[in-house]
Design a protein around this ligand. Structure first.
Ligand SMILES: [Zn+2]
Length: 155
């Protein structure tokens, strides 16, 4: 399994780095509300983060999701947000969705804490395969944080 996944993780990492570079050039910086959320998370440098709204999110992880859908009953829908290091992609209709952006900012923090793209993607992909997308600890952490903010009326 690991043998099969390793080249896939490197391909995904290359795609992620290239896409991140593009989004960092064209995306917008965080607004004050989003910065506040970033401060709660203690993200290192909030000025480096960029958000780009796109009509559709496509990514190499689609392969993982399609693979997972063979084993899970629920059909996994295309993501509405995707974080690539300091770059956050969101679907156009969710551009101002603070709940979603809070979730994605947790992933920015996870990239930071784990030490970059390769360690994050390795852990993320393994967890998705082991526990399923929704039950993977990295996803659950992001969902729990954004739900807590929502319950406090902050997003
Ligand atoms: Zn997520």
């Amino acid at each position: 399994m690991i043998f099969l996944l390793t080249p896939f993780i490197y391909i995904t990492t290359i795609w992620t780095l290239l896409k991140e570079k593009k989004v960092l050039k064209t995306g917008r910086s965080l607004n004050s509300k989003e910065k506040e959320i970033g401060e709660i998370l203690k993200i290192n440098d909030l000025t480096k983060i960029r958000i780009l709204a796109v009509s559709e999110i496509t990514h190499p992880l689609s392969w993982v999701f399609s693979f997972l859908s063979l084993f899970t009953k629920s059909i996994l829908s295309a993501p509405v947000g995707l974080t690539l290091g300091n770059a956050i992609l969101v679907e156009k209709k969710h551009e101002t969705n603070l709940h979603l952006i809070a979730h994605e900012l947790v992933h920015v923090k996870q990239y930071e804490d784990l030490g970059g793209h390769i360690p994050f993607l390795k852990k993320y992909i393994y967890q998705c395969l082991k526990y399923g997308y929704k039950n993977s600890p990295l996803e659950m952490e992001a969902e729990e944080f954004s739900n807590n903010l929502f319950n406090q009326g902050l997003v």
